[in-house]
Design a protein around this ligand. Structure first.
Ligand code: NAD
Ligand code: ZN
Length: 239
């Protein structure tokens, strides 16, 4: 990294985060060491077909994830992003994570590309709510009483929410600094989204201990963890 890179030099910042953002909080990533898909097969627990076939098993998996995440707290990286939002003119947070840790750290207006572990809804009647229980024990919709509640997550094969995509694209097109953190850039369409910022002329920074398929598009690489990379980038902020 060039020593001169300082978050305060930018006016419209977008943080674009993936599972590596929460790794230091103890939330397992999907890929790499301890990846969650090694112990569960997503075809049985994280797609619409599985939910229609066996909703109780899908809920068992999501309750397992709720249990894991509910023991985790935001890390210094989440806190530094919140500090940026408080001290800089315009900071947006776009995340692929479903863990809610940006909000738990106090970040606002977080754009969640893949939904949230903490929202549930009913596909039959439209009921929805935020529910932080771990585990969720009442699995049937309280409004219609019949259908199973559905976790508010974008599963494999689901389309992304169009309103969210539009807002993300607008934020990326308008930013002058894009900071990607802990995303493997292999899950589409999120993987290519940082390139919208590049086309808009923004400076691109990648924080990830490893190379990714779109590392070449970035101007700066911080080959370190989320907390250390953000600490370096945000060193000039007020404590
Ligand atoms: P991924 O699991 O595919 O990749 C994780 C990336 O993070 C890798 O590139 C790895 O090198 C990097 N990484 C690991 N430790 C890191 C650290 N300490 N600091 C910075 N980077 C680190 O994750 P993805 O690209 O986000 O894609 C997987 C999909 O699954 C996304 O939708 C993702 O958000 C979701 N997911 C979410 C959670 C969560 O909500 N916390 C956890 C697992 C997966
Ligand atoms: Zn219902």
């Amino acid at each position: 990294m060039s020593a001169a890179l300082d978050i305060r030099d930018f006016e419209r910042v977008v943080f674009f985060t993936g599972a590596g953002m929460s790794a230091e909080s103890g939330v397992p990533t999907y890929r790499g060491k301890g990846g969650i898909w090694k112990s569960y097969d997503y075809q049985n627990c994280a797609c619409q077909e599985a939910f229609e076939r066996d909703p109780e098993y899908v809920w068992e998996f999501h309750n397992y994830r709720r249990g894991l995440v509910s023991k985790c707290a935001p890390n210094l990286g989440h806190q530094l992003i919140t500090r940026c939002q408080q001290q800089l003119p315009s900071v947006r947070v776009v995340t692929q994570n479903i863990d809610g840790l940006h909000q738990a750290a106090g970040s606002v207006d977080v754009l969640e590309l893949h939904g949230s572990l903490w929202r549930v809804h009913c596909e039959a009647c439209g009921w929805s709510e935020e529910d932080h229980a771990a585990p969720v024990l009442a699995l049937r919709c309280p409004a219609c009483g019949d259908a199973y509640k559905r976790p508010g997550i974008v599963w494999f094969g689901d389309p992304l929410n169009e309103a969210v995509i539009r807002e993300v694209a607008d934020a990326l097109a308008a930013c002058d600094l894009l900071v990607s953190i802990g995303t493997s850039a292999v899950v589409y369409p999120a993987a290519q989204m940082p390139l919208i910022a590049k086309r808009g002329g923004a400076t691109l920074v990648e924080i990830n201990p490893e190379d990714t398929p779109i590392s070449h598009a970035y101007d700066h690489h911080l080959r370190t963890t989320a907390t250390e990379g953000l600490a370096a980038l945000c060193a000039g902020l007020d404590p």
